[in-house]
Ligand binder design. Structure first.
Ligand code: HSE
Length: 438
């Protein structure tokens, strides 16, 4: 039996440092649990001089990834450098060299997953990617293994901590999106360039990965409907509260029989919805399986040690397989690669859900009837109307929520309403997930 499992780490940034710290802190415990020593053999990074606050044996650091990729003693390559290239090339080369791999690289898997997963299959090696979605939360293992006997009926998830932090702060403490974003940046909860997080790009990557596992399908990122949070106004947060909702950036997947409905956008959820209570920078997943019913997972979606915990979970899974002489016990996308087909997504304009509209209109007689007339003509039934106050420039916000309506009808109605003479700004639309509003 193999006594030592050698790891090569490419990318010695925050998460890489966390992995080393975790192995130094809990290495004996982890090795005891696995039944073999889990040992870091080499670490590659372009910067090997900045101190990371960890003691390392001499000669372990290298600036050349090839020192890892071509080392016959290395069993598992952990890619934590991020970005598309050279991360993709390194992963492919590691697998060609028959090494098992682990990665946290959601952007790479969401865009080049097909090549990478097929390479793992062709080379008979494992690929672990638990930290790529939900950081420390074991959502990938839950879908791939724990819920394997279920048809996944739906997933609703908060998968971006930065957006959740901003929305939670706007809700609980007030402030505009721009002000709260600056505060989040100052506190280290948002990047200097926050575009990927606030425009939903990072969350869409994670949704694409979840869809591919849940349904055993190839997913093209550009086919997913994606909206970020930068257009959410202070007044939308206040109106949401008045209506009994909190606004969350939700990744949504719903099994509609022959079609999968998948979308990512700000969503109003009732105060008593389990996801309404996931605040600050936390992530969470509400998964419904046809046998399991509701499963809820919650935790840190990012951060040095929580993410390192997920990396080590993949390392241990692979190490155990190596020790038992088994490989690829669980295929990367649940099904054998040759059975993976294109996902059949429900066209976005066909979705049926509830809506919140905030119209900016002139405060004059007959406006409400013009708006409700257009909504009625487009089969949209109003559930609630709020109009309060009169703005100095003459524009007032009129807020409406709707019973279930079709996206195509909603888009047509809003285009007509925004062309009215009384319209003084583009209508704000936020979708609602509320079972009581059918
Ligand atoms: N930037 C991500 C977030 C963490 O804000 O959740 C890494 O996926």
């Amino acid at each position: 039996m193999k006594k030592t499992i050698n790891l090569g780490l490419i990318g010695f940034g925050t998460i890489g440092t966390g992995v080393i710290r975790l192995l130094q802190k809990n290495g004996a415990l982890i090795s005891e649990r696995v039944g073999a020593e889990i040992k870091i053999k080499r670490i590659a990074d372009i910067d090997i001089t900045t101190p990371r606050g960890v003691e390392l044996p001499d000669g372990i650091l290298t600036t050349k990834a090839d020192d890892i990729l071509n080392d016959p003693d290395i069993d598992i390559v952990i890619e934590l450098m991020g970005g598309y290239e050279p991360a993709r090339t390194f992963l492919l080369k590691a697998m060609e060299n028959k090494k098992h791999v682990c990665t946290a690289n959601k952007a790479l898997l969401a865009t080049h997953g097909d090549d990478i997963f097929r390479s793992a299959n062709r080379n008979g090696v494992n690929i672990g990617f638990e930290p790529s979605v939900g950081g420390t939360i074991p959502v990938i293992k839950t879908i791939k293994e724990s819920l394997i006997g279920n048809r996944i009926e739906s997933i609703m998830a908060i998968v971006n901590g930065t957006s959740n932090f901003i929305l939670s702060k706007m809700t609980d403490e007030g402030g505009s999106f721009a002000t709260v974003l600056k505060e989040a940046q100052a506190l280290g909860f948002a990047e200097a360039n926050p575009t990927f997080d606030i425009e939903g790009v990072d969350a869409a990557h994670k949704l694409a990965i979840l869809l591919s596992l849940s349904y055993g399908k190839k997913v093209r990122l550009e086919d997913l409907h994606r909206e970020g949070i930068s257009s959410i106004g202070e007044q939308d947060i206040v109106f949401a509260r008045e209506l009994g909702y909190r606004i969350k950036l939700l990744a949504i997947a719903i099994n509609r029989g022959g079609y999968i409905e998948a979308r990512l956008h700000p969503t109003m959820v009732p105060f008593d919805h389990i996801l309404a209570n996931v605040n600050s920078n936390f992530n969470a997943f509400h998964i419904i399986g046809d046998a399991a019913d509701s499963v809820f997972l919650y935790g840190q979606g990012a951060g040095m040690m929580p993410t390192a915990s997920a990396v080590i979970s993949d390392v241990v899974d692979i190490a155990r397989d190596i020790i038992k002489g088994v490989s690829v016990r669980v295929p990367p996308r649940v099904l054998d690669e040759e059975k993976i087909t294109e996902i059949n997504l429900l066209p976005f304009e066909e979705i049926v859900t509830n809506y919140y509209f905030r119209f900016s209109v002139a405060d004059q007689p007959g406006v409400l009837s013009q708006i409700s007339g257009i909504l009625g003509k487009n089969n949209i039934s109003i559930a609630t109307v709020i109009q309060k106050g009169r703005k100095q420039d003459g524009a007032v916000p009129i807020v409406m929520t709707t019973y279930k309506a079709r996206e195509r009808d909603v888009q047509k109605a809003l285009a007509d309403i925004d062309k009215l003479d009384v319209a003084m700004g583009k209508t704000m639309l936020i979708r609602i997930e509320d079972d009581k509003l059918s």
